[in-house]
Write a protein that binds this ligand. Structure first.
Ligand code: TYD
Length: 202
């Protein structure tokens, strides 16, 4: 595999989990050491922040939301991601700082640059090396998977902006992003992922 830190991104219900499962099963077969992390969450402190962020119990205004996500990430990078990579373990991440640029920056309207910069400070430049974006119309993905948490139950216009935010990111960082049509055949997409990551698919 040609990367130490790969993130899967996409709107809610885009199918990240299935692709992560397939990739990590394959890495296991190939005896490649890996660790799965998820955001929000991923560490003890992170799981606490995740509860604050996703529970309907709290009212969280957009900037606070962005800062909580970035605080979660600062902890995750220092506690898990950086030490794992230094120990030769690959990180497969379910979401990353790019989610914040799409969801908080574009979806919530806080601004691409601003949220990019807040996160760049939080993670000290430790962005994923490669990003697999599962692109899908949110009308389809939300029909596929109903999400009831505070952010997942936002209205459709929010998710349409998030999708646009992701495409803007993919355009800006085109060398680091693989954009896949998430409605395409699963095996077909998996093959493209293996090729792009230079993982032997046999
Ligand atoms: P989760 O249950 O992990 O959703 P999914 O299975 O779609 O990844 O919930 C995470 C929710 O938080 C999801 O709606 C996306 C949102 N989110 C942000 O708004 N900003 C972020 O930086 C991250 C990591 C997630």
């Amino acid at each position: 595999m040609n990367t130490d830190y790969v993130a899967f991104e996409g709107v809610d219900g885009s199918g990240k989990t299935s692709y992560i499962e397939s990739l990590t099963n394959h890495l296991e077969k190939k005896q490649i050491d890996y660790k799965i992390v998820r955001e929000p969450g991923g560490s003890k402190l992170g799981e606490g922040i995740r509860d604050l962020l996703l529970s309907h119990e709290y009212e969280v205004e957009p900037l606070t939301e962005a800062l909580l996500f970035s605080a979660n990430r600062a902890n995750l990078v220092e506690e898990i991601i950086r030490p794992s990579i230094e120990a030769g373990i690959k990180i497969i991440s379910d979401r990353s700082a790019f989610s914040s640029v799409a969801y908080q920056g574009i979806g919530r309207g806080l601004g691409f640059e601003k949220i990019y910069n807040i996160n760049d400070i939080a993670i000290n430049g430790f962005w994923p090396e490669k990003v697999i974006l599962l692109d899908i119309d949110p009308e389809i993905s939300l029909r596929r998977q109903k999400v009831n948490d505070r952010i997942g139950s936002s209205d459709i216009d929010f998710f349409k902006k998030v999708k646009d935010g992701y495409l803007e990111l993919a355009e800006k960082f085109e060398n680091d992003f693989l954009v896949l049509d998430a409605t395409q055949d699963f095996e077909f997409n998996t093959k493209i992922i293996y090729e792009w990551l230079d993982v032997d698919s046999t």
